[in-house]
Design a protein around this ligand. Sequence first.
Ligand code: ADP
Ligand code: MG
Length: 735
Amino acid sequence: MLDLATPVQYVKGIGPRLAEMLAAKDIHTVDELLHYLPFRYEDRLNPKGISELKPGEMASVIAEVRTSGLFRTRRMPIFQMTAGQGRARLKCIWFNATYLRDKFKPGQMVALYGKVEEDSHSDALQLIQPQFEILGDAADDGSTDAAEQKAADSLEIGRIVPIYESAGQGRLTSRWFRRIIRTALDNLTPDIPDLIPQAVRLRLSLVSPREALCQVHWPEAGESFDDLQSSRTPAHVRLIFEELFFLELGLELKRRQQKTKTGIAFSLEGRVREAIKKILPFHPTEAQKRVLKEIASDMEKPSPMRRLLQGDVGSGKTIVAFEAAIIAMENGYQVALMAPTEILAQQHYFSARRILENAGYRVVLLTGSLEDDRKREIRRHIVRGNAQLVIGTHSLIEQKVEFAKLGLVIVDEQHRFGVLQRFKLMKKSSDGEDRKSVLKSGETEGSSAENAEPDVLVMTATPIPRTLALTVYGDLDVSVLDQMPPGRSPIVTRRVSDERSAEVWDFVRKQIAVGHQAYVVYPVIEEKEESELKAAMKMYKELSKRIFPDLRVAVLHGRMEPELKDQVMRLFQKGEIDLLVATTVIEVGVDVANATIMVVEHAERFGLAQLHQLRGRIGRGAAKSYCILMTGGKVSEEGERRLDAMVRTTDGFKIAELDLELRGPGEFFGTRQAGLPSFQVANLIRDRQLLEVAKREAAAVLAGPNPDITQAEIDKAVRHMRTRWQRTYGLVEVG
Ligand code: ADP
Ligand code: MG
């Protein structure tokens, strides 16, 4: 008998070598093997007859190999195989498929699955690049025992058949998985404990774990085929829910534990409120007021704040951050404001000087590029408590800065940091040991203050779709700035081919003539020989010398000296530069209200989130703004969808949802190593509703024993959650 914890190597048919191949797929135990779900199913219960096929449909056909061969055309080798049922024939074609040369033998039965198309030459139907599986040889090669072969065949036809992704460089085929998983299921112990509390199970009508595992691989004949393909059968729902439930249980627990820690209870007395009001350069929006209230109420509480402030580009997060900073500073604490890039740190520093320094707060900027002497001096100010607001890049964290009395950490544009980094950061600003070296508060007066954790406010400009926010930020409370400051005209977005660049430059010239400023953005800095991309440097010369010799044109890119970057940014901000040629260094946070035009060259090369961030640099004032997406050359289908979305909407949430759909969660956050939980069976896009349910149920369970649920059940679930987290997320421990 196998149980779920048994190593796969003990499943009949898997030895140490195959176990190694499975390990590469993160399959070590029977449990993991059984969670290797089919990515689709084929209805071989009712396969189609060749004569019934209709053009355009996806069809499953079982037929006999008649002939096959490789044809070389001028453009590419084409492999062709003709399969038959009686007198009916069906041609199958694979492009560039020399590897199929010796694959098929006449007389073999094959299962084919693909789109039926009409052959333009002969009107006959054919399958282009179908998926296939050889079901058995007419003349067996003798290596398999005849009875076993027959039993195996019954797994291939006359039923709904699970199709698995192959592994081990194709050695572990779909067919192999089918047999091995079947063997594992046949030998699986009957009693698999259900770790989801009974009340939850009943409420959601979840099937038992054993039934789920059996049905998901070998669905019964009556199962809805659509439900199977869309992972919506009761078996699928059970497995997906389980995965999401234990994820949410961990996040929920983290959140609860956070709340029990000692933080700083900031005072919000009249003096503090007055101080906030005094600095405001404008009337805050309703959203800003609401969000500030949420933040202030966290800060007032004795438990440490862990809050995510989510707001589209331009929604006005900075001033909210400054307001929070004032609360801390008025209470005698220091504030650290961290940005992902130097330019953005600079930008915050400029604003902070304008808004806060004038009101008497002491603000310093600490970035990696400062002279060592200067850095030392600034650090001294920080450790002595002279500096009240410290703005910097994350080198601020890395360089072991000591604070006299740190009360609030603000992390801006968080998505740039990656999720794992955030966990680290929070650990550092909170864990006893780490605090000694990093983000240290040197406070020594009373032991309670010494142990107090600073509040943390994380701000992100990428509107994170709710599903992702729930998983990635499931341990944070969330505030949303869902309203733009008043007096902004919508941004007009157009796409044009770069063949019409002359018209575009004309338009830019007219805008600049009436006093506005423009950005022209390029995807790379220097032109590679083989690439046709226009480089910012080259275009800078072209634009400044030839097209706009009469205008003030400057260039900004990541490889420039920091001082030069500052200088350029400052001049642009002051309106002393008309047109700024830039790479994506301006993507994040730069704020110049008078810049109303953005031309993005080779817009097809940019990701959707990136385009949205870039576009967020304009439309910041009352004047109408224009975003011109220029494309050069061929645009891929996905590129088309991105550009289309940009033209259609400026709603960051919609764009983020689409981006997530196009790229998947890993890429969405920039890197695969972003520390996103990776899922066995769940899919954040497809399963967003189940995720919400899982979150709700997890919260209900942790709310404690009640008539529905016993303490023993809660303990059992939490214990299981811990093992799962340890296994799945490794270094990130819970509880
Ligand atoms: P983001 O959320 O992208 O960081 P910012 O904080 O940079 O946005 O704000 C964008 C611009 O809007 C800034 O120029 C800021 O001064 C301005 N702004 C913010 N809030 C308001 C408001 N309530 N009324 C008018 N302008 C505002
Ligand atoms: Mg900002």
